[in-house]
Design a protein around this ligand. Sequence first.
Ligand code: G6P
Ligand code: MG
Length: 216
Amino acid sequence: PVKAVIFDLDGVIVDTAHYHFLAWKRLAKELGVDLTEQQNERLKGVSRMRSLEIILSLGGITLSDHEKEKMANRKNSWFVDYVERMAPEEIFPGVKQLIHELKGKGIKIGLASASKNAKTVIQLLHIQNEFDAVVDGTMITHSKPHPEIFLLAAHKLGVEPKDCVVFEDAEAGVEAALAAGMKCVGVGSSEQLHKANKVISKTGEFKISALEEFQV
Ligand code: G6P
Ligand code: MG
């Protein structure tokens, strides 16, 4: 039976994935790289530093660790500027209701985001109390597609990985969920997220009756 649902944050609960993209695009431009949305798919779900390294490799650019640190901080300050102007209304439609319905069925709710800003974002959205466990980028050593973040979330929720369903918008996130031995609902394009057990275009579209498809 499904005992827990674990949500990714950026692009699943709120459109902060777009803010990450805007901030990376701005930084990439300064580095002489024109970051496309397609290339940006590779940055989704991975850590800040790994994202920067992908952009640098796209441009064939080498930077010292010190310069990389500075660039990553610049990107983050722009991202934080966007996020601080965010309102609770920006949470995707239907997400809160979905969480409440799941809770009504006795299902635990987790958050697993590679972002070090995840706690700030859920506080700004006033949803920090909705989660039975939160794992963010400050608590892990391996980025998605490594399963660490989801395994830690399941551990904190006190459920076995096989009883967890993950909602993810990133290819790396889908891979991480499957590698953790969990089921995964992809949120976005079925082409990009074809490895997921099921793909929907928006989180709020999910009908909890569909959880039966995941019963083992
Ligand atoms: C999530 C997002 C990525 C972001 C990463 C790190 O995984 O999908 O786009 O780069 O978190 O976020 P941070 O806020 O720590 O830079
Ligand atoms: Mg995401």
